[in-house]
Design a protein around this ligand. Structure first.
Ligand SMILES: [Zn+2]
Length: 120
């Protein structure tokens, strides 16, 4: 089995096998390995979980060595589908003007304003 040499911040260089390493890839818009991609492993010497950023070259090396790639969805794309439109996004229709305010003011002077508002 391929041996993978990685660096633990506490222990220095350690030897791993492909099943020891988790490679998580976040694709950039151009299809390449993007920001947020990582690889992680449990250090065999100190048992610390080590997580490091993975770029295109590292991802290539690890996957060639037999580490399976976990593709992560783009979090921004997921949020776009889950969240409602921004609350400050203006509603459709013409903007409310000073003339509209004046018309509303005059309407409210009468006693039948509510009935008039209900009439299309
Ligand atoms: Zn270590």
């Amino acid at each position: 089995m391929t041996r993978i040499r990685a660096n633990c911040p506490g222990c220095g260089e350690v030897d791993l096998t492909p099943p020891d390493v988790t490679l998580r890839i976040m694709r950039a818009s151009d299809g390449l390995v993007g920001d947020g991609s990582t690889y992680r492993f449990l250090c065999p010497a100190c048992d610390e979980l080590v997580t490091k950023p993975a770029d295109e070259r590292i991802a290539q090396l690890l996957s060639t060595g037999g580490v399976p790639i976990e593709e992560l969805e783009d979090i921004d794309a997921i949020l776009q589908t889950l969240l409602p439109p921004h609350p400050e996004r203006p509603a459709s229709g013409p903007a409310f003007t000073a003339d509209d305010v004046l018309a509303m003011h005059e309407l409210l002077q009468g006693d039948d304003w509510f009935e008039r508002l209900l009439t299309p």
